[in-house]
Design a binder for this molecule. Structure first.
Ligand SMILES: Cc1cc2nc3c(=O)[nH]c(=O)nc-3n(C[C@H](O)[C@H](O)[C@H](O)COP(=O)(O)OP(=O)(O)OC[C@H]3O[C@@H](n4cnc5c(N)ncnc54)[C@H](O)[C@@H]3O)c2cc1C
Length: 273
């Protein structure tokens, strides 16, 4: 019979991690521990029976950069990513800077934020908009999944049993306009990004992530190729498309819909004359 005591494993290599996970399939990865220890004011903590600490896995703490990508290990802390400075896409820096407070940003890992099973957190919207990809590993295979597929809702995260998020690959394309807005009361956050070349809008991304993930690619492409500043009619037509899109999806609460419309409208107006 299995031992009923709590066990914490401290693997220092991936084979050690997967060997422990194989023996204890219910074991739960422990990154910064902020979610796992949330709301535990009691003397005795309530923890999963078997825990896999990710702290000792060096490769999960690495940050590398190529000409086209920034790659961070899943155990890199939110504050470490912010401290990387200008190489980090602005939309991501803005969203990460909105997470909790400095003390918690020193504990929360990018992987823990992405893998939170409860809802999509602050890092989700910009990583989807930036076309980030996630490396997922089991004992037997490694696969890459897009941030949008990984975090899609409804449904759980695209994590298989005994699968670990190991790396986050973020394309380093230039976005001339990036804005992240967190909706404190209704929850979630939205990102608006625009690429502009020679006064032409060449790419546009608008993503909301929270209890839902909202994105309308038709809306985005409707403005691609337009000369800036946008004329009023184009801006109004775009907002009509966005309203139609939002009307077609079920969004709990009137406030979130109103705030989203307001956010997108203010971004579009800043690109108009
Ligand atoms: C007071 C407070 C304020 C907060 N404010 C914000 C906020 O403003 N914005 C925001 O976005 N979040 C906020 N959070 C939530 C926080 O970002 C999440 O709790 C996050 O999941 C914590 O990350 P962690 O590294 O501590 O993960 P952990 O608590 O260690 O793990 C979280 C979950 O992810 C799983 N996991 C972790 N790493 C991996 C991995 N590499 N592969 C597979 N699964 C993994 C764990 O098993 C667990 O289920 C707040 C939390 C608290 C307690």
């Amino acid at each position: 019979m299995a031992d009923q005591h709590n066990q914490v494993f401290f693997p220092s290599t991936m084979p050690e991690l997967f060997s422990a996970w194989n023996r204890f399939p219910d074991a739960v990865p422990f990154a910064g521990g902020v979610e796992l220890l949330r709301n535990q004011g009691k003397h005795v903590l309530t923890l999963p029976q078997n825990i896999l600490s990710l702290e000792g896995l060096d490769e999960l703490h690495r940050v590398t950069r190529t000409e086209r990508y920034l790659e961070t290990g899943a155990m890199v802390k939110i504050s470490e990513i912010i401290r990387l400075g200008k190489i980090v896409p602005e939309a991501l820096t803005q969203s990460l800077s909105n997470i909790a407070n400095l003390g918690l940003r020193n504990l929360i890992t990018i992987g823990g934020n992405i893998c939170n099973p409860v809802c999509r957190l602050d890092a989700a919207a910009p990583l989807i908009a930036l076309d980030a990809r996630y490396e997922l590993r089991t004992a037997y295979e490694t696969r890459w999944v897009s941030a949008s597929r990984f975090s899609a809702l409804p449904g759980p995260l695209a994590l298989r049993p005994q699968e670990l998020l190991t790396r986050i690959r973020i394309p380093l394309e230039e976005w001339q306009y990036s804005l992240y807005r967190k909706f404190e009361e209704s929850g979630g956050g939205a990102v608006f990004m625009a690429r502009i070349q020679k006064n032409i809008l060449t790419d546009l991304r608008i993503v909301f992530a929270g209890q839902q993930v909202l994105r309308d690619r038709n809306c985005e492409t409707s403005l691609v190729g337009k000369q800036l500043p946008l004329d009023r009619r184009e801006a109004v037509h775009f907002m009509e498309l966005w309203e139609t899109f939002l009307a077609a999806v079920e969004i709990p609460g009137f406030m979130l819909r109103a705030k989203l419309l307001n956010f997108v409208e203010s971004c579009i107006l800043s690109l108009s004359d």
